[in-house]
Design a protein around this ligand. Structure first.
Ligand SMILES: Cc1cc2nc3c(=O)[nH]c(=O)nc-3n(C[C@H](O)[C@H](O)[C@H](O)COP(=O)(O)OP(=O)(O)OC[C@H]3O[C@@H](n4cnc5c(N)ncnc54)[C@H](O)[C@@H]3O)c2cc1C
Length: 472
């Protein structure tokens, strides 16, 4: 059937491309400011990486599981959407986090005292880490190009960097500590050093300041929604209504006088929209492709951002099959020690209602930059490898499971590697020069859901100025 071309035109219209949480947040803000906004999303559903699946009696997260107590933008957005009562706090025990090392799950120290008595680090390394408040800043302190490994090794010692910070970088970025840029990937720790001369001192001051705010402060810990993180995307999609168009894959953006043409393959044929402003809330590599002809300098900066693959495997397991109780959030692994997984979350131990009574849900993460071949793995191969990874500490390889499923995300997490700040500045300079294009997404200033929401809101603010300012 021949595809019909559609053209609509509106001088005040802003198009948001991509309905991940960043694009949805941008559109929500723009709509709230009275802008005629439309969101174009390639997939059949909104939410992007956020995807909660009800699988029989299990509530399975294929993307993010939680956000932290300090995720102010997520909480404010949830409140605006009427979801405040749906927010759930993780069980207190979920504060325990483990790292698998030297044949055992070992508690990650939650503070200086547990650092002193924990077994993750050698006695010498523990003392070195505790000397952190007295370590001078040094010449490389605050340098934009310092790697996260160099930062943590400088502040806390090499063993701390390898055995605590590196698994953490695997858990959050599926990344390599030696490649990540300290100032972007661990911006709070770097700010604490800058402002207080010490990471531990800065963390302590922040903790005291939060405690001082009394009842208004949200208890520390991880949060989600009663029916999982998908509630947030679903509520935004419902609020946007027919301003959100799923199944519309944008393939080109071209200049149109003071605005833009946006060309997409839609469910009902090819379509072209005219917009005064565009919020680009796509993964960086996808944004690079569609921007290359019209704004090559932006496309070049976007194309430089590397991505790590992740595979996710899910298992429902009867509790008696587990070789230890799930008394925490989950565990991470140390690359050098070899288990073929990045780590495992214990969703049914973290939140209520994720698995039926007597059964546990395990979510295993594999791949990352340390094992990039995972990109090509089949579902069966991921499940098999995840089972091998769980065998030493949690679940015998031949133990029966209630269900098993897996997915591979070939480009899951952007890597905020050394040089990112410079790249980000280049991109921001181009966007503010144009005025009518803004970028949003997890490839800008951080990869958490909170970072993505914040970036979406910031893109909306920039566009509100850009499209309303006469003479642009
Ligand atoms: C496995 C995993 C676990 C995670 N866990 C956590 C966690 O526990 N806590 C946390 O805070 N963060 C977590 N994150 C990170 C967080 O989920 C993401 O950074 C965030 O959801 C990204 O949102 P986004 O809108 O920037 O991008 P995306 O969600 O990637 O959205 C981009 C959207 O653009 C669409 N798109 C692509 N091409 C086109 C096109 N041509 N035209 C139109 N649309 C297009 C895509 O379909 C998608 O919907 C996790 C990430 C992963 C992968």
């Amino acid at each position: 059937m021949a595809r019909a071309a559609r053209v609509s035109d509106s001088a005040a219209e802003i198009i948001v491309i991509g309905a991940g949480i960043a694009g949805l947040a941008a559109a929500w803000r723009l709509g709230g400011a009275g802008i005629d906004v439309r969101v174009l999303e390639a997939a059949p559903r909104a939410g992007g990486l956020i995807e909660t699946e009800r699988r029989g009696p299990f509530l399975v997260e294929w993307g993010p599981h939680s956000f932290l107590h300090n995720a102010a933008h997520v909480v404010a957005l949830a409140r605006d959407l009427g979801l405040a009562d749906r927010i759930v706090l993780a069980r207190p025990r979920a504060r325990r986090r483990y790292i698998y090392s030297r044949g055992k799950l070992r508690r990650v120290p939650a503070g200086p005292l547990s650092l002193l008595f924990g077994t993750l680090l050698s006695p010498r390394a523990r003392l070195r880490a505790l000397r952190e408040p007295w370590v001078a800043r040094g010449a490389s302190a605050g340098a934009a190009a310092e790697s996260a490994y160099d930062f943590f090794a400088r502040r806390f010692g090499g063993e701390f960097a390898e055995r605590i910070a590196a698994p953490f970088a695997s858990g959050v970025y599926a990344g390599d500590l030696t490649a990540l840029e300290a100032g972007t990937a661990f911006s709070r720790a770097v700010a604490w050093e800058r402002e207080h001369g010490s990471v531990l001192r800065g963390a302590l001051r922040e903790w005291r300041a939060r405690s001082g705010t009394g009842a208004a402060a949200r208890p520390r810990g991880s949060y989600s929604f009663q029916d999982g993180m998908g509630e947030l995307g679903a509520a935004l999609a419902a609020a946007l209504g027919d301003r959100l168009e799923c199944g519309a894959a944008v393939h080109a953006i071209e200049r149109a006088g003071s605005g833009w043409w946006i060309r997409a393959h839609g469910l009902s044929g090819d379509a072209t929209w005219h917009a005064r402003g565009v919020a680009i809330a796509l993964p960086a590599h996808r944004a690079a492709e569609i921007l290359a002809p019209a704004v090559p300098a932006a496309a070049a900066a976007l194309a430089e951002i590397p991505y790590a693959p992740i595979a996710v495997a899910q298992f429902g397991v009867r509790n008696e099959m587990l070789t230890r109780p799930l008394d925490g959030f989950g565990f991470l692994t140390i690359a050098r020690e070899g288990p073929p997984i990045l780590g495992c979350l214990w969703p049914s131990a973290i939140f209520e209602g994720r698995a039926p009574e007597g059964v546990s849900l395990l979510t295993v993460f594999l791949g990352g930059v340390r094992d990039a071949e995972i990109r090509a793995a089949t579902e069966g191969a991921v499940i098999e490898r995840a089972r091998r990874g769980l065998a030493p500490m949690l679940l015998r390889e031949d133990a029966p499971v209630e269900f098993a499923a897996a997915r591979v995300l070939p480009r899951a997490i952007p890597q905020l590697v050394v040089g990112h700040t410079a790249r980000h500045d280049r991109l921001s300079g181009i966007a503010s020069g144009l005025g009518t294009i803004a970028f949003a997404g997890n490839f800008l200033g951080g990869v958490s859901v909170e970072d993505a929401v914040r970036s979406g809101l910031q893109a909306a603010e920039a566009l509100l100025v850009g499209v309303r300012e006469p003479g642009r």
